[in-house]
Design a protein around this ligand. Structure first.
Ligand code: NAD
Length: 367
């Protein structure tokens, strides 16, 4: 298969983790006999520095002419004082909107080898396997009007949360469809006791559920969900949320399973999917070669699964990551008890080695 993919390394640790993810992608393509056509483009702070636009037209065009985009991270303190449309994050929000990527899938899985990396007791997190389905193009992050107005000392800031029935229904259907391939359970998270948006959300999700009689739907307020997530993480399966609640809860889940650096995401629904680790550009560790590349590498697995339906290739990467962790490799974010830290590139190399090994084992078995 020809795999046309745009690579968007971005800022901070983005280029470091993306480099390792691309090496893994290349080895999987070689092992399974796929042809790769990769284009590298700027986004975020890197694009602002180059052409003063966080999403330059040629970057968007490259993404639109690919089947998928693999992104590192955007964001840099250097742009904190810039107006909203000239901040790195504006490029990413525009990219998601231009590509119609309304469904953000964020798996949070507790790898058996990392049970001791969670701040929670091992018996609480063992077996945790959550799929967050977060609405990505609505809610407070996109709502208009938005502004900071008024004279210094009396300024007023406004953001707007808006949700329409169609936007709720299409994301709900993504969650229900995924649930039919998992444990047939959807938990919808909202704040229906306070917000009108959440009341409509709950009503539409409940209506949609009638088309999925095998799936059990439950509802929870977001504050209660945040508490339950640390008390009983393994009770969660498919979690359906609006944009901001999903952003927050999925990062919290990263802390629960051991590190934000492990989490991958897929933003799908439009013609081109965007795949990226959940973490940001981590300016505090950028350039040190110590970032955990596994979130980026696992994003490649999601890319192969959701944009190319290459389940075997995706599973090969996921198994290699689990196996590398079983061997004791740990980047600094996963270190416990004076273990020796694995660097970003060593971690990537080990995953590549295991991908290659699994291919030669498969060939020997079939010979
Ligand atoms: P962050 O995710 O960048 O970092 C939070 C903490 O986790 C930091 O201590 C960091 O060192 C650590 N961390 C993150 N990823 C790691 C990895 N792969 N390996 C090891 N440790 C890792 O979040 P932040 O500090 O709130 O934000 C930094 C910048 O990133 C900001 O400009 C923010 O806007 C941006 N951001 C971008 C995205 C994105 O590109 N999708 C997402 C979140 C934040």
């Amino acid at each position: 298969m020809l795999l046309k993919i745009t690579i968007l390394p971005g800022d901070g640790i983005g280029p470091e983790v993306t480099e390792q993810a691309v090496l893994v992608l290349q080895s999987v393509a070689e092992v399974f006999g796929h042809q790769l056509r990769l284009q590298h483009k700027n986004i975020g702070g890197a694009a602002l520095a180059a052409v003063n636009d966080p999403l330059p037209p040629d970057t968007l065009q490259a993404c639109l002419s690919s089947s998928a985009a693999l992104l590192g991270a955007v964001g840099s303190p250097a742009y904190d004082h810039y107006p909203n449309h000239l901040r790195p994050e504006a490029g990413l929000l525009r990219l998601r909107r231009e590509l119609g990527a309304y469904a953000n899938l964020r798996p949070a899985i507790c790898f058996p080898a990392l049970e001791d990396c969670s701040p929670l007791r091992a018996d609480l997190i063992r077996g945790t396997d959550i799929m967050f389905v977060r609405e990505l193009l609505g809610g407070l992050y996109f709502g208009e009007p938005r502004s900071i107005e008024g004279p210094p000392g009396s300024r007023v800031a406004t953001n707007t949360m808006t949700y329409g029935e169609q936007a709720i229904e299409r994301i709900a259907r993504v969650a229900f469809d995924l649930a039919t391939k998992r444990k047939q359970r959807v938990l919808s998270v909202d704040k229906a006791n306070v917000l009108e948006c959440s009341r409509l959300w709950r009503e539409v999700v409940t209506r949609c559920a009638k088309d999925y009689p095998s799936v059990h739907l439950s509802h929870m307020y977001v504050d209660s969900a945040a508490m339950s997530l640390v008390q009983r993480p393994k009770d969660f399966d498919v979690v359906l949320t609006e944009n901001m609640f999903g952003d927050i809860l999925s990062d919290q889940a990263g802390g629960v399973v051991g590190s934000l650096g492990l989490l991958a995401s897929a933003s799908i629904g439009g013609p081109v999917g965007v795949y990226e680790p959940v973490h940001g550009s981590a300016p505090d560790i950028a350039g040190k070669g110590i970032a955990n590349p596994l979130g980026a590498i696992l994003s490649v697995a999601l890319l192969l699964r959701h944009s190319f339906q290459l389940e075997g290739e995706a599973a090969c990467i996921e198994n290699a990551v689990a196996e590398v962790l079983n061997t004791g490799a740990r980047t600094v974010d996963l270190l416990r008890n004076n273990q020796k830290a694995t660097t970003t590139s060593e971690m990537g190399c080990r995953v590549v080695d295991l991908v290659n090994e699994s291919a030669s084992t498969a060939k020997q078995n079939s010979a």
